[in-house]
Design a protein around this ligand. Structure first.
Ligand code: SAH
Length: 263
């Protein structure tokens, strides 16, 4: 698929292997070289709903595509069946690419799939991808650890298995750190309230980004006291990423990406 052999290919895709590949946050130009090569060499692609159309457009026509999409509350295919599907496809001697949005090991359940492959004795490789936090912050103009404002950056899930948000709020509400909430839109009012209740000023800058890095990217900036309201008014629905911290104050000046649909 790539014209040159630079960088040299380490190992061509092998039959009977599963490649757990990160697709990045949406813009296909953010695929790794390894991901692009494996997409070009796969026999079968197993993917879910976070994988963007522009990435799917890089998959050659002859590759069989199996959609196992997941949304926050519904699973198109239960995780156990996805795990079994990967094992079965590999045992048929196929070159399997399991493609996941962002990075497979960041809130992506990639660890569970690989555990199953290990149990079944199926050989595999893991290809990291650009996770939503770094891809989206770069495109939206939010330097996550600008040293004038933050000494730490915490990736947090806003969606627990039982639907609650039972997080360590005292740890999250500390000063001089950036918080990135994945899957936090349905619980956004509770998240903002808890952060303020545990000591973060209601004036702390905060942003929500939907479909980051894609032509439909939408950014809403506000402060903790008003973010949930602003997001509702903008009609933002999942999937979207929430970033909280003083670094968000740089957004208006540092934004550079012009999504087509906004122009
Ligand atoms: N493995 C993925 C995350 C899966 S959890 C990764 O590394 O990025 C799914 C959550 O990721 C979504 O609910 C949303 O919070 C976030 N997300 C992923 N891609 C996104 C995008 N392009 N724009 C906004 N949020 C995104």
């Amino acid at each position: 698929m790539l014209d040159s052999n630079c960088p040299p290919e380490r190992a061509p895709a092998r039959p009977g292997w599963v490649y757990l590949v990160g697709a990045g946050p949406g813009d296909a130009e953010l695929l790794t070289v390894r991901a692009l090569r494996l997409l070009g060499a796969a026999d079968v692609l197993v993917y879910d709903n976070l994988v963007s159309q522009s990435v799917l457009a890089c998959v050659p026509d002859g590759v069989e595509r199996i959609y196992v999409g997941k949304k926050a509350s519904q699973h198109a295919l239960p995780q156990g069946q996805i795990n079994q599907l990967l094992v079965d496809l590999a045992r048929q001697g196929r070159k399997v690419v399991r493609l996941k949005g962002g990075d497979p090991y960041i809130f992506g359940r990639g660890g569970e799939e690989v555990e199953e492959l290990v149990n079944a004795g199926v050989p595999f490789e893991v290809v990291p991808g650009i996770t939503a936090a770094s891809g989206i912050s770069a495109y939206a103009g939010i330097p996550l650890t600008h040293r004038d404002f933050a000494q730490a950056c915490v990736f947090v899930t806003g969606h627990l298995q039982d639907g609650s948000v039972g997080l360590d709020w005292d740890m999250l509400a500390r000063p001089r750190q950036t918080l990135v909430f994945y899957m936090g839109i349905t619980q956004l009012p509770a998240i903002c309230d808890q952060l303020v209740a545990h000591g973060l000023p209601a004036s702390t800058p905060a942003a929500v980004v939907r479909r980051g890095t894609q032509s439909a990217q939408k950014v809403v900036t506000s402060d903790l006291g008003h973010l949930a309201e602003a997001v509702k008014a903008a009609g933002i629905v999942p999937p979207a990423l929430t970033i909280v911290g003083d670094v968000v104050g740089l957004q208006a000046r540092l934004a550079w990406f012009q999504p087509e649909e906004a122009s």
